[in-house]
Design a protein around this ligand. Structure first.
Ligand code: 13P
Length: 287
């Protein structure tokens, strides 16, 4: 059964670890992440961007697939199905589709409009027993058409949004979606500490988890980050393993062209990186 992400993230704040949000694209991604969470006794959040939702033919399909897979794979660890960088309309679609958590990304709106829309969606989500994430200050780079300038969040604005009753908050602190450029300055821990000082124990979310060095991840967790989003790194591991399979000509021998064989190395690649991240985030055996 799906659960909201509230309890698992409050426990993470208390226990000084973080729960991974791993974005899904299809059946292989979903199965790999769910199995890895179960094998490692870790809570997990499945992230779905609006683009990935569309690709999988809609949020209703995604919700049906995830619910059925939790049942058929015998998954007993806490799993949240979460809309990633949702629009106002997308949030309503996911509420209807049976997601257990939504993110409303109003970071590109003036703060007044972000507050107004977030307030409404907090009520809608909580009436349905769902958790809700909001965002202040944009995440740099691009993810599925969502482009951000990478502004550092204003701690006072974070406090204003936190006070609306959101369950966890994404605050831009120099993090970027996708690979980090060579000249990246790193995470802004001063900003993170200033935000934490104002919002207390509300779980903070670190987007752009791909490629952030382990020491920065650990420091971010020590400063209140309890949810870390990873998307690109799963795609890169899938790509690398698939490329190797084809370059070694394995698709050309026997039944190597069978999609279940062709996709197997990429599937194992996703499992490996998800396990690595769960170890780094400290969520193993926290289910
Ligand atoms: P990466 O693609 O950089 O891992 O970021 C994922 C993310 O933040 C999803 O919202």
């Amino acid at each position: 059964m799906l659960v909201s992400a509230t309890e698992m993230l409050q426990k993470a704040v208390e226990g000084h670890y973080a729960v991974g949000q791993f974005n899904i694209n299809n059946l292989e991604w979903t199965k790999a992440i769910l199995q890895t969470a179960q094998e490692n006794n870790s809570p997990v959040i499945l992230g779905v961007s609006e683009g990935a939702g569309k690709y999988m033919t809609g949020f209703t399909t995604v919700s049906a697939m995830v619910n059925a897979m939790i049942d058929s794979l015998g998954i007993t660890v806490p799993v949240a199905l979460h809309l990633d960088h949702g629009t106002y309309e997308g949030c309503y679609k996911c509420v209807k589709a049976g997601f257990s958590s939504i993110m409303f990304d109003g970071s590109h709106f003036p703060i007044e409009e972000n507050i107004e829309k977030t307030t409404e969606l907090v009520h809608v989500a909580h009436n349905m027993g769902m958790s809700i994430e909001a965002e202040v200050g944009s995440i740099g780079g691009e993810e599925d058409g969502v482009v951000g300038a990478g502004e550092i969040a204003d701690p006072n604005e974070c406090k204003m949004i936190a006070d609306l009753g959101v369950d966890f908050l994404a605050a831009g602190i120099g993090n970027i979606h996708g690979k980090y450029p060579e000249n990246w300055k790193g995470l802004d821990f001063e900003a993170l500490a200033a935000i934490k000082a104002l919002i207390g124990d509300l779980p903070l979310v670190l987007h752009g988890g791909t490629g952030i060095p382990a020491d920065m991840i650990k420091k971010a967790i020590s400063l209140g980050v309890a949810k870390i989003n990873v998307n690109t790194e799963c795609q890169l591991y899938f790509q690398e393993a698939t490329r190797k399979y084809i370059e070694e000509g394995k698709d050309l021998t026997g039944k190597g062209f069978d999609p279940r064989k062709l996709l197997q190395p990429g599937f194992e690649g996703i499992k490996a990186i998800v396990k690595e991240k769960m170890e780094l985030f400290g969520s193993i055996d926290k289910a």
